[in-house]
Design a protein around this ligand. Structure first.
Ligand SMILES: N[C@@H](CCC(=O)N[C@@H](CS)C(=O)NCC(=O)O)C(=O)O
Length: 87
């Protein structure tokens, strides 16, 4: 979803870090796309990251995964706190 701020956060991170994520855009409230979202995340929320056999949801978890996968430092606890406050 292009308007989702949680998705946007991951897209901005990917762009700034030259991480080629494929954006699969879903209209999450449409009859056509909602089952696709639900099949990947029973909580029915985006963003969802699919990396091979691994499926992750929640923008914080996805960011944590991408940081680790790209060998970048973890967020500090104050950064985690800021992100939670923004959420
Ligand atoms: N804590 C979640 C929140 C995700 C979230 O609320 N996403 C919204 C889109 S902006 C959503 O999927 N809403 C669908 C719904 O609530 O039915 C995260 O950080 O990823």
């Amino acid at each position: 979803s292009v308007p989702s701020p949680y998705v946007r956060r991951i897209r901005i991170w990917a762009q700034q870090n030259s991480c080629k994520l494929e954006l699969v855009s879903l209209d999450i409230f449409s009859e056509q796309d909602r089952p696709t979202m639900a099949s990947k995340n029973p909580a029915r929320k985006i963003p969802i990251l699919v990396d091979g056999d691994l499926t992750l949801s929640d923008s914080n978890s996805i960011l944590r995964y991408l940081l680790e996968k790209t060998g970048q430092p973890k967020l500090t606890w104050p950064q985690e706190h800021l992100l939670t406050t923004i959420n």
